[in-house]
Design a protein around this ligand. Structure first.
Ligand code: PDD
Length: 293
């Protein structure tokens, strides 16, 4: 399988693709990223991901490095070169290459853009969802603007690794006694009244695009969504729990800190929501031209 990356205007073999050592993304994590899913050559949640990318950039006083149609054309070309139809696409934009100084480099410094694509196995994701995953709670050590999707992810990596070492799939991050989100996903619970509870938008969580679409799906099915913070104790008493992310879709959580959630099996609400999310994304994607034929 050829692996090709897009780096600053060129398609290069992934093994050789590289950025300058003075790239501000490398030295300062001064950049943003997006991860989006394409199924059968079509974007899922396309507008949401592009909108969030623009917002993250603007929060760092940067603008889109190329127009949306140009970006989509590059992604389509990258998928063709990698012979992929089901893929996770990673797009990273940094403030570019400049002598190492903390303050922004001079106007006219060209942003760096890197795009990679890797195969996405929907069947493996389905199999995982049928079993559900465990999460481990831990202190949220991140900065105060995690709503910006920056490449500064060290606390997220440390949390995920700690979870994995403890045999859990994901870390749930806790600030002031409340679960904010996962290391790379949004966190949800379902209470005894059947309400779906997830942390409100704001500076404490990343506004997940899957979260946004899942809220729409839930409301379309007359499920009540309550955007408020919840405690770990509340989560442990919940009937169900799940996480959302472009990489995971809607993924049932069956244990928290080693204790079963509800029946200890994927719950009906999470399963229905997952099906609705899959249906909605494939329908909307089907109305748009394929990025790759
Ligand atoms: N991360 N919260 C955090 C901290 C995340 O890193 C992510 C996704 C999400 C869910 O966002 P979305 O539904 O838009 O994927 C929430 C991506 C998948 C990643 O870093 O790989």
């Amino acid at each position: 399988m050829p692996r090709v990356a897009y780096v600053n205007g060129r398609y290069e073999s992934l093994a050789d693709a590289a950025v300058n050592v003075e790239d501000r993304g490398y030295q300062f994590a001064d950049g943003i990223y997006e991860v989006c899913l394409l199924v059968d050559g079509r974007f899922w949640d396309e507008d949401g991901h592009f909108d969030r990318m623009e917002r993250s950039l603007s929060e760092l006083s940067m603008s889109m490095p190329m127009s949306r149609p140009a970006l989509k054309a590059v992604i389509a070309a990258l998928l063709r070169k990698n012979r992929l139809k089901n893929a996770l696409v990673y797009v990273q934009v940094t403030r570019g290459v400049a002598a190492r100084n903390h303050a922004f480099p001079p106007d006219g410094t060209v942003p760096s853009i890197v795009i990679t694509a890797k195969p996405y196995n929907l069947a493996a994701n389905e199999a995982l969802a049928s079993r559900g995953v465990g999460v481990l709670t831990m202190s949220d050590q991140r900065w105060a603007r995690v709503d910006i999707k920056t490449v500064s992810l060290l606390p997220n990596c440390l949390a995920k690794q700690a979870a994995r070492e403890a045999g859990a799939f994901e870390a749930w991050l806790v600030r002031d006694g409340k679960v904010t989100e996962g290391a790379s996903s949004n966190a949800w619970i379902v209470n005894g009244k059947g309400e779906l509870i997830t942390h409100p938008l704001g500076h404490e969580i990343l506004g997940g695009i899957t979260r946004q679409t899942a809220i729409r799906c839930a409301e379309e099915m007359q499920m009540k969504v309550v955007e408020r913070a919840f405690t770990v104790a509340e989560a442990q008493r919940a009937h169900e729990a799940f996480i959302t992310a472009a990489t995971l879709l809607v993924m049932p959580v069956v244990s928290i800190d080693g204790r079963p959630v509800g029946s200890g099996k994927p719950g009906p609400v999470a399963q229905r929501l997952r099906e609705a999310y899959l249906r909605r994304c494939s329908e909307i994607a089907g109305e748009r031209p394929r990025a790759i034929a």
